[in-house]
Design a protein around this ligand. Structure first.
Ligand code: SAM
Length: 258
């Protein structure tokens, strides 16, 4: 029941904020997209499933390097923008469909590559989602997950996730990188590569993107301020040129289906 509620909230949240996500600098960062594509060592004949494809930035980065990309997402409005963007770029080998990562409408072992970028923290059932993504991968195929991760320090991780939940009710959890890898292994994947780095955010812009209620904005601002002393959130919150900024740590993990 809780899962159903979280998914409904995700559809509402992304439906409402789809244009902001389509314009998000982190999602369209070409260096980051090139890194993910580079880690996959593609040959050109792959069929790829891009889970939670959103407005399609990773799908569009993958498309010129593979035979076919299928993008799936739970929010129809995000997919409308993905279809439009792929059309504008003349990419004819991307198909998009509405669906839930926990119930992928595909046969076992159908894909050479499965990807999920900046979305894993929205999935109410992380293990079910990973098992589903692993199920549709052929043996030897690769799953790449890129996501924001929290500090390995449990207290800082809780602090960060509390702020995230206040900002975006569809947020489930930013995992520690070690947790993410462990869950992938539990889903039958052998970790074969990893990358990642950091992404700077301006607090005002970050709040604007999700548009939380005024009461939550006030609490988040307070928590961000308090976090500056002793880096309580693990986000290195600081003031630069009069603006509050922070850095998300991101992890890219590639697993091979055993
Ligand atoms: C930040 S966007 C993804 C960005 C995209 N992967 C990219 O690289 O541009 C997160 C997406 O996760 C999708 N999502 C959330 N929960 C989902 C679920 N259970 N199944 C499928 N998609 C989901 C949302 O609809 C949203 O479009």
């Amino acid at each position: 029941m809780a899962d159903k509620y979280s998914k409904k909230v995700a559809v509402e949240q992304f439906g409402k904020r789809s244009n902001a996500y389509a314009a998000c600098g982190t999602l369209m960062d070409q260096t980051d997209l090139d890194t993910v594509v580079g880690l996959l060592d593609l040959k050109g004949n792959e069929t790829v499933l891009d889970v939670a494809t959103g407005t399609g930035y990773l799908a569009m980065a993958l498309a010129p390097h593979v035979k076919r990309v299928i993008g799936i997402d739970i929010t129809p409005r995000m997919l409308e923008l993905a279809v439009q963007a792929a059309g504008e770029r003349g990419l004819g080998n991307i198909e998009n469909l509405v669906g839930d990562v926990e119930h992928l409408p595909f046969y076992d072992s159908q894909f050479d590559v499965v990807s999920a970028r900046f979305s894993f923290h929205h999935f109410p059932g992380p293990l079910v989602s990973l098992s589903e993504m692993a199920r549709v991968l052929r043996p030897g195929g690769r799953l790449v997950i890129e996501d924001m991760v929290s500090s390995e320090d449990a207290t800082k991780s809780e602090y960060q996730n509390t702020m995230e939940n206040l900002r975006d009710p569809s947020h489930i959890r930013h995992y520690r990188a070690s947790e993410l890898e462990q869950m992938m292994q539990e889903a039958g994947l052998e970790i074969v590569d990893r990358g990642g780095g950091g992404s700077d955010f301006d607090l005002d812009h970050w709040l604007e993107m999700a548009d939380p209620p005024a009461g939550s904005v006030e609490r988040i601002r307070g928590m961000m301020r308090d976090s500056m002393e002793g880096d309580r959130s693990g986000l290195n919150v600081r003031v630069e040129e009069g603006r509050v900024v922070f850095t998300y740590a991101t992890a890219i993990v590639v697993g091979r289906k055993v």
